[in-house]
Write a protein that binds this ligand. Structure first.
Ligand SMILES: Cc1cc2nc3c(=O)[nH]c(=O)nc-3n(C[C@H](O)[C@H](O)[C@H](O)COP(=O)(O)O)c2cc1C
Length: 244
């Protein structure tokens, strides 16, 4: 059984869709193929991968309450391709959005549902994830925690000869448990959808979000966007821009 996972974020690096598709992959057994849809040049290659696929998972961001335009163009091509070649796989979707409620992905899910009808494919359902940007940041925080633990271990070993600083490990376990908790809703539904993909059955539409209270989310989002606008948006553009 072959599952094609298509990352449809137009970002080159560090996109939330890549993170959620990485998690989805963990729960899908058998053959998995990763694809990236950014430009029209990617379309032909991806369509060829679909010929012998049993399941296709789209990972994409919500743009203006809908499907990003480059994905719509791809779906138009895919509809014709699937009809002409009599393809009959199941389509799933992992959508994420910046605002906190995952339910905002409902119109996007409907587009995919209608697309499946038009293309003669089976709609498998999807997971709509709110707070996608913030959840994506949790994976960086996890690596920061690992780096801090390594640093503390080295410092402790050098200064006291103790290779197992209990405090540092406890703090690492605490923060990892917290980051895991933020992601629990996502993990729960992606696990369920992974099982449905394996069985070739429909999963339905499920919505979740980062597991923090909305007022905390708004506070952090306000601070984040205030800093970004003070820096005229340049901080991340600088990091992510392709270096000459
Ligand atoms: C052009 C544009 C439109 C967006 N529209 C919405 C929106 O309508 N609702 C929302 O919650 N987030 C919106 N977002 C935020 C993205 O959905 C969010 O940043 C997402 O995590 C990006 O996923 P990615 O990193 O996989 O590309 C928009 C972002 C962009 C760039």
């Amino acid at each position: 059984m072959k599952t094609v996972l298509i990352n449809c974020s137009p970002k080159k690096r560090f996109c939330a869709s890549a993170y959620f598709l990485f998690l989805q992959r963990l729960f899908v057994c058998e053959e998995k193929v990763n694809e990236k849809l950014r430009t029209p040049a990617d379309c032909a290659r991806i369509l060829e991968q679909l010929r012998d696929a049993q399941a296709v998972v789209f990972g994409l961001p919500l743009y203006v309450d809908g499907v990003p335009s480059h994905v719509l163009r791809f779906l138009e091509e895919m509809e014709v391709f699937c009809r002409e070649n009599g393809l009959k796989f199941r389509v799933y979707c992992v959508a994420n959005n910046g605002f906190i409620e995952g339910k905002q992905n409902e119109p996007l899910m409907q587009v995919f549902e209608n697309f499946c009808v038009r293309a003669g494919l089976a709609w498998g359902g999807g997971v709509g994830i709110g707070g996608g940007v913030m959840l994506n940041v949790t994976r960086i925080l996890f690596f920061v925690e690992i780096a801090l633990l390594a640093l503390n271990t080295v410092l402790s070993a050098v200064s006291t000869g103790n290779f197992f600083p209990k405090e540092a490990w406890l703090s690492f376990a605490e923060s990892t448990a917290l980051l895991l908790y933020f992601n629990l809703g996502v993990l729960f539904y992606l696990f369920g959808m992974g099982r449905a993909i394996g069985k070739g059955t429909a999963f339905g539409k499920k919505y979740t979000r980062i597991l923090i209270p909305s007022f905390v989310f708004i506070l952090f989002a306000d601070i984040f966007f205030t800093i970004i606008s003070l820096l005229q948006g340049g901080i991340f553009r600088g990091w992510l821009a392709k270096k000459e």
